[in-house]
Design a protein around this ligand. Sequence first.
Ligand SMILES: [Zn+2]
Length: 350
Amino acid sequence: MIAAASAAALAASAPRQRPTLAVDATTRLLVIAPHPDDETLAAGGLMRRVRAAGGAVRVVYLTDGDAFTAGVQATEGRTDVKPSDFRDYGRERKDEARAALRTLGIHGDSLTFLGFPNEGLGRLLTRYWSERKPPYESPYTRRDRPRPSEILEPNTKFRGEDLTQELALIFASFKPTLILTPRKEDQHVDHCAAWFFTADALGDVARVDPGFHPDLATYVIHFETWPWGGAVPALSGGPSGWVRVLLTDRERQTKLDAIRKYKTQMSVMDWFLEAFARREEVFARPARPQVVLPLRTSPCDQFQSESGLDHGSVARQQPDQEQHNRDNQQHVHERANRVGAHHAEQPRDQ
Ligand SMILES: [Zn+2]
């Protein structure tokens, strides 16, 4: 009892460690955004701070955000929208991302658009995993692969394994010290899936370089009443507790200016976007991920939305997990070789 009481007293008297994300000129921040705007909503202030400190920032967009039907309809001024309209919308959102990041002091060569299917990332975790099956085709854009300008590894198509590969190549060449990625509890299917692809790609790189341990933190965009209703989302802060980054008035204003560059999004939900220009940006450090894809069933499926357009959902069938595991074993080695080649490159600035 005495020992326990002493320990408690010691713990109480020890200075409380406030979790923080300290940044300086050595910081290499990689932000993974499922759609153009997520990076600024989650971390516009932190990205600005890293650049101001002389650190490097890279943003990777998993999709062009081209499947937002209400947004496409609002932009086109009509309801009968066609695949080319969705594609044009994606192009416009990419331009908005470049403008937003310029506002934060981050220039075009720091942005990477991977062009994977908006609203489709959850499918790639399970059924559309490897080249054993035809790739996923977006019911919005009718694409089954990224635009040619968006492809890093030749022959990349809308398959989960290809997305993991593209991410792993970026991790290996940029060599981030800090990665921000969506949290798996985020209630948008692409955000939830982004967590699993990040974790899988981290595993790929670690197989080549066991010393690769960037600081990993997650952010939340869509969860219940967030960004309203409290200082942090109604979720556990995980092992570290919530990490809160207090913005200066100037950082907050710059973030708001950047958010407003997303004109296509502001026109349909400015109230939501502007609510992220909060005094604090909040993140959580997850337990070390132990994810190996593909998944037999995806926890992200519960967040599928706009499925009326997605005919893939009608015929969805559960994959054979053992077969998937065998596929994965074959491909992990090949992927590791490709990642290894990129890992040998020197990191580029920013
Ligand atoms: Zn998003």
